[in-house]
Write a protein that binds this ligand. Structure first.
Ligand SMILES: [Zn+2]
Length: 409
């Protein structure tokens, strides 16, 4: 295997320009969700499928999700399989095809849909999020396929739709309709977040609830508060009580940064049009990120208690709704995927990996909730969603080599 791994390493290091061309091809097909004014990922996926087949990755299956809003009426989810010697578990590299809009165009130094290479970096929308991870998986696969080396374990490359707008047509669709794709022993890598050294393995995410609080009082003139009920005052009290949940759900977990659950009042909707009007109506939202040791139902119960207290104190009515709620189980830090990835990082890069938790929001949550041990990891500067998004080309090689190492051992 040593000799083969040397060949794999040489292949990976000498074929980075192919990955720059692949990145250029992918970026030239803007894959935006309908919510962002786009027509989905179909064309980008077609271009990728053609490229993979031309390069010898031919075992390709589709698990497309119906979506009436786009021209093709489906959102593509594609799996490429590179069979291994053993039939024990698959190594998944899951990357999303969709990208976010360019945002303010004047902030870009180059055309976001045309990849430009400069000083070891490539620039363009999607080059890092998530095409860098996609390219790492493809390069790892090619290092076997092109040299007719059969990996120890089967490699599965997943190319998903719809990650940026909630995963309904991507990972969540797959978990609902095709969960049998994944096995409980599979090693699932999601190269869609990381750090510049590639040393952190994300194993847990905080649960998320986004609350919307609509407070109803009674509007009146600014000089006559006794004739109405100031919804703003009641809502302000509630906002402080929501924020105070940080003192109630106060357990700490050093896996996460910050170590505590956070309950933050955020967006405020416009209320009255004049300074001399006492608002009878107030809407504010709160973004709550909760450590996995608490259930969302425990949080809901305490929130409702506080809402009741404010209703009673001020004589207002408060409607509570949830814009999003996602509970998230962690991947155990001693799961095989964590240990083997850490061993690969150590062997290939000579660094000690560390496990972390984050504030939340990747496709790993859905997988973990069904008992599939997924980790989020890659070597990147984290330029996602920014203007002048870039990827460092040699990071593609570093991560490809790490993935190839896992497939060899
Ligand atoms: Zn992403």
């Amino acid at each position: 295997m040593n000799e083969e791994f040397t060949a794999i390493k040489e292949y990976i290091n000498s074929h980075l320009s192919d990955m720059v061309s692949l990145e250029s091809l992918l970026t030239s097909h803007p894959a935006l969700a309908p919510e962002n004014g786009g027509d989905g990922e179909w064309e980008k996926c077609q271009a990728l499928e053609k490229w993979l087949k031309e390069n010898g990755i031919t075992r390709i299956e589709h698990f497309d999700a119906p979506d009436e809003r786009v021209t093709k009426k489906v959102r593509p989810n594609m799996v490429a399989t590179i069979p291994g010697c053993k039939d024990d578990y698959n190594i998944w590299v899951c990357a999303h095809l969709d990208v976010v809009p360019v945002g303010e165009l004047s902030l870009w130094n180059t055309d976001p849909w045309k990849v430009v290479e400069k000083d070891g970096k490539i620039y363009g929308r999607g080059v890092e999020d998530n095409q860098q991870g996609l390219a790492s998986g493809v390069l790892a696969a090619l290092s076997f396929v092109k040299q007719h080396i059969i990996p120890e374990h089967t490699i599965k490359l997943l190319f998903m739709a719809d990650e940026e707008v909630g995963s309904t047509y991507g990972m969540n669709y797959l978990l609902k309709e095709h969960a049998s794709l994944f096995g409980k022993d599979d090693r699932i890598l999601i190269p869609d977040g990381g750090d510049s050294k590639g040393e952190t393995i994300e194993v847990a995410e905080k649960s998320i609830i986004w609350f919307r609080f609509h407070t109803l009082g009674k509007q009146c003139h600014g000089s006559r508060p006794d004739q109405g009920i100031n919804a703003k005052v009641a809502a302000s009290d509630l906002a402080l009580r929501i924020n105070d949940l940080e003192n109630f759900f106060d357990k700490k977990d050093s896996l996460f940064e910050p170590e505590r659950s956070t309950f933050q009042p955020t967006m405020q909707l416009q209320n009255v049009a004049g300074i001399n009007m006492i608002p009878g109506d107030d809407v504010f939202c709160a973004d709550c990120r909760i450590l996995p040791c608490y259930t969302l139902d425990e949080v809901r119960a305490e929130v409702n208690k506080r809402v009741k207290a404010v209703e009673e104190k001020y004589g207002v009515k408060i409607e509570v709704s949830e814009a999003q709620a996602e509970e998230s189980l962690p991947t155990p830090v001693d799961a095989p995927v964590v240990k083997e990835l850490a061993a690969a990082i150590k062997a290939v890069h000579g660094i000690e990996a560390k496990t972390i938790g984050i504030g939340g929001g990747t496709v790993a949550a859905g997988l973990r909730n069904l008992g599939f041990n997924a980790v989020v990891w890659s070597t990147m500067d984290e330029l996602a969603h920014q203007p002048n998004e870039y990827a460092i080309v040699k990071n593609i090689a570093a991560d490809a080599l790490t993935i190839a190492y896992m497939a060899c051992n």
